[in-house]
Design a protein around this ligand. Structure first.
Ligand SMILES: Nc1ncnc2c1ncn2[C@@H]1O[C@H](COP(=O)(O)OP(=O)(O)OP(=O)(O)O)[C@@H](O)[C@H]1O
Ligand SMILES: [Mg+2]
Length: 249
């Protein structure tokens, strides 16, 4: 069950998501070591960091896919969702586009999209058409099996599937992975549009730090499970250490 925060708790008024002291363990591996951050409603935030820094683990804990250790607290839209069942988290409006896309290979494009709406009772044709408007290639391929789509098309399908859940907060794990530069720009353009036009709040995890910092307003740098730096993206882009470590300068 989702729980309301205890009286007197310190939820930031305008924050849609507040993460407080999040820890994730895999057996003896302490992958996320007490990170705290918040995302304002309507914002785009990004989590950047090297391989193994704990970015995916953080997103998985937010979605309820891996357990958050005792003492961790995740608050979404005023409700404590720490370790809530994943389907209730999706129903509350927090949806993830997972690393590696996780398309259902033998199902059609349209069936994959409809699965995105599993937590909802009524799905209208207009909602499917909205996704097809955003990603016209998916409309052309609607009857094709998901597994035969190209990498870029699968990424679009994964984003479209998440949109079918009508997210208020969209978590994206490496949406640019393996895509050609033109397609990366297209995906980021669509994400910015979703944010501005549809008001979807976004948490973006990216290896492509330059693109992520150019798209988001606020960024967090994760190193071996800890937030070591955070601030407005313009400041992070100007930071010597960030430029050397993540922008290859
Ligand atoms: N299921 C698992 N079992 C054991 N260890 C895991 C598991 N998943 C992740 N880890 C470990 O936790 C740490 C953080 O992994 P995570 O996938 O969160 O990193 P990441 O920042 O997303 O990295 P990348 O940029 O490579 O995707 C790594 O050391 C990883 O080996
Ligand atoms: Mg990852």
């Amino acid at each position: 069950m989702l729980r309301s925060p205890p009286p007197g708790s310190t939820t930031i008024a305008e924050a849609l998501l507040t993460v407080d002291n999040l820890h994730v363990y895999y057996g003896g591996i302490h992958a996320v070591q007490g990170i705290s951050f918040s995302i304002e409603s309507g914002a785009i935030a990004t989590l950047i960091g090297a391989n193994g820094a704990g970015k995916s683990s953080t997103l998985r804990a937010l979605s309820g896919i891996v357990p958050a250790a005792p003492g961790s607290r995740i608050c979404f839209d005023g409700q404590d969702i720490t370790n809530a069942p994943p389907h209730l988290i999706v129903a509350a409006g927090l949806c993830q586009v997972p690393e590696g896309r996780r398309i259902f290979a033998s199902m059609s494009v349209e069936e994959n999209l409809l699965l995105g709406a599993f937590a909802r009772e009524n799905v209208s044709r207009a909602e499917l058409d909205h996704v097809y408007t955003l990603f016209p290639i998916l409309a052309e391929r609607r009857a094709q099996s998901g597994g035969t789509l190209s990498g870029g098309e699968q990424q679009m399908l994964a984003i479209g599937r998440a949109l079918m859940a009508r997210p208020r907060l969209l978590l994206l794990d490496e949406p640019s992975l393996g895509l050609a530069p033109l397609l990366v720009s297209e995906i980021f353009r669509i994400l910015a549009g979703l944010n501005q036009t549809d008001g979807v709040t976004i948490l973006l995890v990216e290896q492509n730090a330059r693109k992520a910092l150019a798209t988001a307003q606020h960024g967090y740098v994760l190193e071996t499970g800890r937030v070591t730096l955070s601030g407005p993206c313009a400041e992070l882009l100007a930071d010597e250490g960030v430029r050397r470590a993540y922008l290859g300068e």
